[in-house]
Design a binder for this molecule. Structure first.
Ligand code: GLP
Length: 244
């Protein structure tokens, strides 16, 4: 694990946006895994600005979304599909055909999850996976108790996660279930970049530093990945002993 401790929230955001921009400048046919959440919003905004200031070709990039809520109608404003349409697809005029979304509207979720795994494999695998982290250490929607070998599947959200994500719901009603890439799926990505910003992530960061392969904090599984970059702002790093 490589840790990048930034001197401000904005430089942590710029660091992640730059890693994505640089990757796509050099490898325009990359497969990118995308995370959602408040943390990632300014990263996508910074990336959009970078592309507009210094255009790069993005029409051969393929994107896989990390997770999605179950039970929302297609086009629901709080779905992760709507999120990525707002923050990336529309501002960069990307085509939706460049995106794979977890098939939450399929008749058989189990079969659809297997199909998502197959699509990931057939794409050649994710070159770069962006990740945030939940306050309880969840990754994607891999809640505490998830196994290291888990694959894309239906998951049940904890009360803590539902509460944390409530602010992103117009009606405050967060679904209880989701479809999420598993930890094993995420570990298959060639490069992982996690961004944690703000004081609300400080406890999870401290736990992450001090534990390894701990099912109560799924983020700890990522420490065994050979290309895992963790980018922190000063507040997220405030409970760990790191110096710039
Ligand atoms: C959701 C997403 C995660 C994200 C997490 C943190 O639960 N499924 O991928 O990392 O929220 O969100 P935020 O960045 O809003 O704290």
């Amino acid at each position: 694990m490589r840790i990048v401790l930034s001197d401000s929230k904005s430089s942590s955001i710029d660091a992640v946006a730059t890693l994505l921009y640089d990757r796509l400048s050099v490898h325009p046919t990359s497969v990118i895994g995308l995370a959602t959440g408040k943390t990632m919003e300014p990263v996508y905004a910074a990336f959009v600005e970078m592309v507009k200031a210094n255009p790069i070709k993005l029409d051969r990039v393929f994107f896989f979304m990390l997770d999605e809520y179950l039970g929302l109608p297609d086009g629901h404003p709080s779905s992760f599909k709507a999120y990525i349409q707002t923050h990336l697809i529309k501002p960069l005029e990307l085509s939706e055909s460049q995106f794979a979304f977890p098939p939450v509207h399929a008749g058989s979720i189990h079969e659809a999850a297997e199909h998502y795994e197959l699509s990931l494999k057939e794409s050649g695998g994710i070159d770069l996976q962006l990740l945030g982290i939940g306050t309880n250490g969840h990754i994607g929607f891999n809640e505490p108790g998830s196994t290291k070998t888990s694959r894309t599947r239906l998951v049940h959200l904890t009360g803590e996660t539902q509460k944390s994500n409530q602010g992103q719901f117009v009606d405050g009603k967060v679904p209880s279930d989701a479809l999420s890439m598993g930890i094993g799926t995420i570990l298959d990505a060639k490069n992982l970049i996690m961004l944690a910003t703000g004081e609300s992530k400080a406890a999870a960061m401290k736990y992450l530093m001090n534990h390894h392969d701990d099912p109560t904090c799924p983020a700890t599984y990522l420490k065994s990945h050979s290309h895992f970059v963790l980018v922190l702002d000063p507040e997220a790093a405030s409970k760990i002993n790191l110096k710039i």
